[in-house]
Design a protein around this ligand. Structure first.
Ligand code: ADP
Ligand code: ZN
Length: 604
């Protein structure tokens, strides 16, 4: 495919050419050049004087040639409006003028009257389409705009992506497959068709996808989900079809869909009846995904920062069934990303990326690349030969100010609170007998709500939980808040989600599982039909008295309170460890479960 720019210019040339053509037709065929317009009486005079040579009588006009007087008598073409004149033919015969009749050229006239305005409209239309940034696509509506980058153009490898080692590890298999699809499938390997990269913007999802293509040296087709929105009905679907057809031709290759959420929002949640075009496009994508065979060597990759709003159909087995987290980098990752981007930059000796990485919690790869860039610009402006620590620090400060507004960066006190809160959960999980093992504790902010997180992986799938397990879980949930209480004598809003979950568990214990001694073995709540069917107009019928309702509330409160007391007792004994590990966590931002265990046993 020719580059996009060129194509636009082409169709504009076509338009100009057409207009020029119409102009020429107009000039030569409709109104012959140097035609003198004369009155009918003048014409009669010329005729009477024997100057007229020949005439063509049209429906409304008479044209002809005559010798007309000027400075010199000269044969000229004339035109005059035809007047009802029964004697004209006889007079023409008398003067031996050759004459013929002519029906006016309706075709050419209508060409001028209709086609010209039409062309102007088409011109305006193209202009607006172009303004809307979708390209003219004049000759090829539905042709996919996916850009094919040849392998040498891409030149991105895994070395260019830093700080996302786990994601890279997971993608190695995909690279292996793309390098030699036949060999891979002969050995019985089965690959997922779709790989979904999940993570906040700017963390390097696109970069990773390109790196996979670069490593495997295969073509890379990319398209953005938002390009499909607000297109003419049917165009999006046609594009998807075309994209896959072309990709199969070029296999092995990668198709990368950026901003999949723009296209793949869950269907039917739009109150106004849905976006028809988007739905059609999404359906087409699903059809194509089901239709193509991985053996051909086409791998579909997509990126999103909002996996939760994706249509579940996209995530089913055989579609985007492998999810890879591309998260904000930790302190080590940030250092590595700095180093990658500083490759082409002349640095002063005092630049220490470890220190700089420590100054940039919450920054994503794109921010870090920006810091280097800003620092280099500052150095140039100051007339320095190399970029020094001072410029880097200033660049970071500038960016922090901007990012704080977007609440992506926490201040020092917030970080401390989050560290204690998360460690509260984690230490609790290590202490109570029935908690899932801790995978890692992090204070790198994630998403909109969670400022930090404690990752626990269930050891096994659970269908049944005992009462003591539920109580342990409750205690674990309250650990975050208790840690805040102990460390700061104050609590923050950060525990809100924990409290909601804790209350839910306690309520279920009382109302559904019959786990409260005071109320006994009574289920106060049937299985709800569906949480979506309930609505304020149709409250679920309450099958118990006001008094029971009050007892239930008291019971829920008692259970939560007891768990809270228990959490306090446990953590109070561990306050020293809590302080010590919090310090380490603030420094490292991420602690693995094993490290945490080691630190705890060392302290004991
Ligand atoms: P996303 O697709 O996740 O929004 P991009 O891949 O478009 O993010 O990243 C934008 C730019 O930021 C990249 O081109 C690269 O320069 C830089 N960048 C982001 N993440 C990384 C990373 N992990 N390593 C190196 N550079 C990165
Ligand atoms: Zn919490």
């Amino acid at each position: 495919m020719k580059p996009k720019k060129k194509k636009i210019r082409f169709s504009i040339w076509y338009l100009l050419l057409a207009l020029w053509g119409v102009f020429l037709i107009n000039q030569f065929f409709i109104t012959p050049q140097k035609t003198e317009e004369i009155s009918y009486s003048q014409f009669k005079g010329l005729l009477a004087g024997g100057h007229v040579k020949e005439v063509t009588i049209g429906k409304e006009k008479i044209t002809g040639k005559a010798l007309m007087s000027g400075e010199k008598e000269k044969e000229k073409t004339f035109v005059t409006v035809r007047v009802e004149d029964p004697g004209l033919v006889a007079e023409l015969l008398r003067h031996k003028v050759t004459f013929s009749g002519k029906s006016e050229n309706i075709f050419l006239n209508s060409l001028i009257a209709w086609v010209l305005p039409l062309l102007v409209f088409v011109g305006i239309w193209i202009f607006f389409i172009r303004r809307m940034g979708r390209g003219p696509e004049f000759m090829s509506i539905g042709r996919s705009k996916a850009r094919i980058l040849a392998e040498d153009q891409l030149g991105v490898t895994f070395d260019d992506v830093a700080g996302v080692d786990e994601a890279k590890e997971e993608l190695k298999e995909t690279v292996e497959f793309l390098r030699n699809p036949k060999k891979f499938t002969q050995l019985g390997g089965r690959l997922p068709k779709g790989v979904l990269l999940v993570g906040p913007p700017g963390c390097g999802k696109t970069l990773l996808a390109k790196a996979v293509a670069g490593e495997a040296k295969v073509p890379f087709f990319s398209i953005s989900g938002s390009e499909f929105v607000e297109m003419f009905v049917g165009v999006g679907a046609a594009r998807v079809r075309d994209l896959f057809a072309r990709a199969v031709e070029k296999a092995p290759c990668i198709i990368f869909v950026d901003e999949l959420d723009a296209l793949g929002k869950a269907r039917g949640i739009n109150p106004i009846g849905g976006h028809d075009e988007r739905e059609q496009t999404l359906n087409q994508l699903l059809v194509e995904m089901d239709g193509f065979d991985t053996k051909k060597g086409v791998i579909l990759m997509a990126a999103t920062n909002r996996p939760e709003i994706l249509d579940p159909a996209l995530l089913r087995p055989g579609r985007f069934d492998r999810h890879i987290l591309v998260d904000r980098p930790d302190i080590k990752g940030r250092q590595a990303i700095f180093e990658v981007h500083a490759k082409g930059v002349t640095l002063a000796k005092d630049v220490d990326f470890k220190v700089l990485a420590g100054m940039t919690p919450g920054f994503v790869g794109a921010d870090l690349a920006n810091v280097i860039n800003e620092g280099a610009l500052l150095a140039v402006r100051r007339g320095k030969k190399a970029v020094g620590m001072a410029e880097m620090e200033e660049a970071i400060e500038r960016m922090v100010a901007g990012l704080e507004k977007k609440t992506r960066v926490m201040n020092v006190q917030e970080r401390r609170i989050v560290a204690y809160h998360e460690l509260g959960h984690a230490l609790m999980a290590l202490t109570v007998p029935h908690a899932d093992p801790v995978q890692k504790v992090s204070i790198i902010p994630r998403g909109i709500a969670a400022l930090g997180y404690t990752l626990q992986r269930p050891t096994e799938d659970r269908y049944l939980m005992t009462k003591s397990e539920l109580l342990d879980k409750l205690t674990m949930l309250l650990g975050g808040r208790v840690a805040e209480e102990l460390a700061f004598d104050e609590v923050s809003t950060g525990a809100q989600n924990d409290l909601v979950k804790a209350t839910d568990i306690a309520r279920s214990m009382v109302k559904e599982y019959g786990m409260s001694e005071n109320l006994g073995l009574v289920a106060f709540e049937r299985d709800r039909l569906s949480p979506y069917i309930q609505s304020p107009q149709f409250p679920s019928s309450q099958e118990y008295s006001e008094e029971t309702s009050r007892e239930i509330d008291a019971e829920i409160k008692r259970i939560v309170d007891e768990a809270h007391q228990r959490a306090r007792r446990i953590l109070k004994k561990k306050k020293a460890i809590l302080d010590k590990v919090a310090k380490i966590l603030l420094e490292k931002e991420v602690i693995t479960g094993d490290e945490l265990k080691r630190l705890v046993s060392e302290a004991a």
